[in-house]
Design a protein. Structure first.
Length: 705
């Protein structure tokens, strides 16, 4: 029996990756040889195409799209693991390796995207001279043709060279942008020794801050004076759970001010300064658009979205802006009033770092809701249990922990299997729930680990999703006690996961979240958020971690009221981000003589009620549009929120307590939105579910505007 050499973990190309074996050293050693091998396979495919075209042989889906998919999947699998580890186990070494290989990855995908032979062959297939294609195949081909046009297949040599230099530079700048935000967040720390400064901060946060002080390299190791939650010292950082707690609860106004200013000025000075990077990214994106014959980057972005043009988006945003600015002005007045009543000095000079603090006080005054008080009712295991039961009710699936023995990248990570009503496994997902500011990118996201593929009947690939959150970690014997916002975030990411896992599309190019228009991709995620306040669901997710007692009815009522609390301000905030993004990508260029920050401040005049302070350099940490996929697409959240509120109202109309009806509509939602994914245009799929297009009515009602 032969002893073949073991394939390096980074090159396996199928199944769950062996994360622990995939080291920066291994990545650096083997990714270049993978690219060589894939280039060789692609050249061979090009030669086959050329011969077929010359001999006028009929090209087929199987002879063209299947081998192309196999090549891109091999790269997606290996480089996907590298990108994933870079986001969840970030280290100097990982980062350097990622940055050094990224240009080669971009070069290779440009090489495929710009292949004239491939483009010609796919165009022949589209014009149906090949085999008769089903609707999904036609849509995949249409997307592929658009994608190749946007990757420069039609450019002449000199323009193509410039385009390729630009796209490598863009990839490099996006990575640098994200790293700068991570570094700036990680570098800033404030050691507090005076007890009066942390007055009002919840005990569980003080525990975490004392632990951070204890773990800090700069603290003397003194077993007699170990930091404690009660006596300090406390080390404050800018990770989300800490930041939110300080600006919401710290009675010390000067502490709130320091932390707020540090947070909003992240990555805007020193080594991690993103200002120049922002301008360079915008300039290059505009140049790319013009090379491809578009007016600006927004036009490129909208070529594959549900929205038709910038005007249509601006009309939707203006409709929501007009509804929310009136409400926001009333809300800020109420906040000012309570500050005046309680503390005249702050009321007279209400500042950005006072809003969360006095909002919390107002909330307690209006309906006595204390977000910290209710955390013990939302321990992560219980929330998961309730979320899984909800999925059983709506979509007739069950979710079980996978066997103990599975590859993972950190001990906090779990793996779950998704089973259909007949008990057959149809998908799995990883959950990495807690904040690790030293090595894990902030925010929450869902990504694909494996995509459904049934082309090889002997080796059917089931979908596997990554669900990543950054919530409050457990401390000692206490589990992760979630804020209600963290609960909503988990439901949100799980919605993305469901669309990925419940897909019934047979072609990986359109299975799950693949090939779904970007402004429709947030529909399932925001739809799931609505269920956090469904009475049946709340009974299952909210049980006290020590006593098992249900969340008191009056607290549930307060949570419902809280949904509409300050909704003018929160809607306006999203509108501000969306308009800033769309204008930067459709109107900004160097020659207009204003900086991106100045443009954003001009927009703020009609989209904020408190103008941004001079330290507020929000754009420098706007990962979504400069390091993520939301450039000229941030409006998608609002666009999809219209869809998700309208979708949820289909359940409200039959009555959330009518379980048989809920099951019936849940089945329809699963069979349309969740399972058809990228196989058809989202407006068609939505009509199949709802029987009509969506309207803004439900969203405006849900927001109390």
């Amino acid at each position: 029996m032969s002893h073949s050499k073991k394939t390096p973990a980074i090159l396996v190309g199928k199944g769950l990756p062996n994360y622990k074996e995939i080291t920066p050293k291994q990545i650096l050693k083997y990714i270049p040889s993978l690219l060589k091998e894939l280039s060789r396979r692609f050249e061979s495919l090009e030669r086959t195409i050329e011969t077929s075209i010359e001999q006028e042989d009929i090209l087929s889906w199987d002879s063209l799209m299947r081998p192309l998919q196999e090549i891109s999947e091999q790269l997606r699998w290996s480089w996907g693991v590298v990108a994933h580890l870079n986001a969840v186990c970030n280290s100097e070494e990982h980062r350097d390796v990622y940055a050094s290989l990224q240009p080669d990855i971009v070069r290779f995908s440009n090489r495929i995207g710009q292949s004239k032979n491939l483009f010609k062959a796919i165009s022949i297939l589209e014009s149906n001279e090949g085999d008769i294609l089903d609707e999904t195949q036609q849509r995949i081909i249409h997307t592929e043709i658009l994608s190749m046009k946007q990757r420069g297949v039609g450019l002449e040599k000199q323009q193509r060279e410039q385009f390729n230099i630009n796209s490598e530079r863009l990839a490099e700048l996006s990575t640098k942008f994200g790293n700068n935000v991570l570094d700036a967040t990680k570098k800033w720390a404030l050691l507090i020794t005076d007890k009066s400064e942390v007055k009002g901060v919840p005990h569980r946060i003080l525990e975490a801050l004392a632990k951070a002080a204890k773990d800090s390299k700069d603290m003397p190791d003194d077993p007699l004076n170990e930091p404690t939650a009660e006596e300090g010292p406390w080390l404050i950082g800018l990770d989300m759970p800490t930041y939110i707690s300080i600006i919401t609860y710290a009675e010390s106004r000067s502490l709130r001010e320091r932390v707020y200013k540090a947070y909003v000025s992240r990555a805007s000075s020193g080594e991690s300064n993103n200002k120049g990077i922002i301008e360079e990214i915008l300039i290059i994106r505009n140049n790319q658009a013009r090379l491809l014959g578009y007016k600006n980057w927004a036009e490129i972005s909208l070529d594959n979205k549900m929205a038709n043009n910038v005007e249509e988006i601006q009309a939707l945003l203006e409709e929501l802006r007009a509804a929310s600015i009136v409400a926001a002005k009333k809300e800020i007045k109420q906040i000012q009033d309570i500050a005046l009543r309680s503390n005249a000095e702050e009321g007279n000079s209400l500042a950005a770092w006072d809003i969360s603090y006095w909002s919390e006080k107002l909330k307690q005054e209006q309906f006595n809701l204390n977000q910290e008080f209710i955390r013990p009712w939302f321990p992560l295991p219980q929330v998961l249990n309730g979320l899984f039961k909800l999925c059983g009710r709506l979509f007739d699936i069950s979710i079980k922990p996978a066997s103990e023995n599975f590859p993972r990248w950190h001990e906090d990570v779990s793996l779950f299997d998704v089973l259909d009503s007949n008990g057959a496994k149809i998908a799995s997902f990883y959950l990495d729930p807690y904040s690790r500011p030293e090595s894990k990118r902030g925010g929450a996201w869902m990504d694909e680990c494996l995509t459904r593929d049934i082309s090889d009947k002997k080796n059917i690939i089931l979908p596997v999703a990554y669900l990543i959150c950054n919530q409050t970690p457990p401390v000692g014997d206490t589990p992760s006690l979630m804020s209600f916002e963290e609960v909503k975030t988990l439901f949100h990411e799980f919605g993305h996961g469901l669309q990925h896992m419940l897909t019934t599309v047979d072609y990986p190019q359109a299975a799950g979240i693949n090939n779904v228009e970007w402004d429709a991709v947030e529909l399932p995620s925001q739809f799931m958020e609505n269920w956090c306040l469904d009475p049946t669901t709340i009974k299952e997710i909210a049980k006290h971690w020590e006593t098992g007692a249900p969340l008191p009815e009056e607290e549930f009522e307060k949570l419902k009221l809280n949904q509409k609390f300050n909704s003018g301000l929160s809607t306006l905030r999203q509108i501000h981000f969306s308009i800033t993004d769309i204008k930067l990508h459709s109107q900004w260029h160097k020659e207009i003589g204003v900086t991106p920050d100045e443009m954003r401040r001009e927009i703020a005049k009609t989209t904020t009620v408190l103008p941004p302070i001079s330290e507020d350099q929000f754009l420098c940490a706007f990962n979504h549009i400069f390091a993520g996929g939301y450039a000229a697409g941030y409006y998608s959240y609002k666009w999809a929120e219209v869809l998700s509120a309208d979708a949820f109202s289909a359940f409200e109309e039959v009555g959330l307590d009518k379980l048989d009806e809920i099951k019936r509509i849940g089945k329809r939602f699963r069979e349309t939105v969740l399972s058809q994914g990228g196989s058809r245009h989202p407006s068609e799929i939505y009509k199949l579910f709802r029987g009509r297009p969506a309207t803004t009515k439900a969203l405006i009602r849900h927001s109390g505007l």
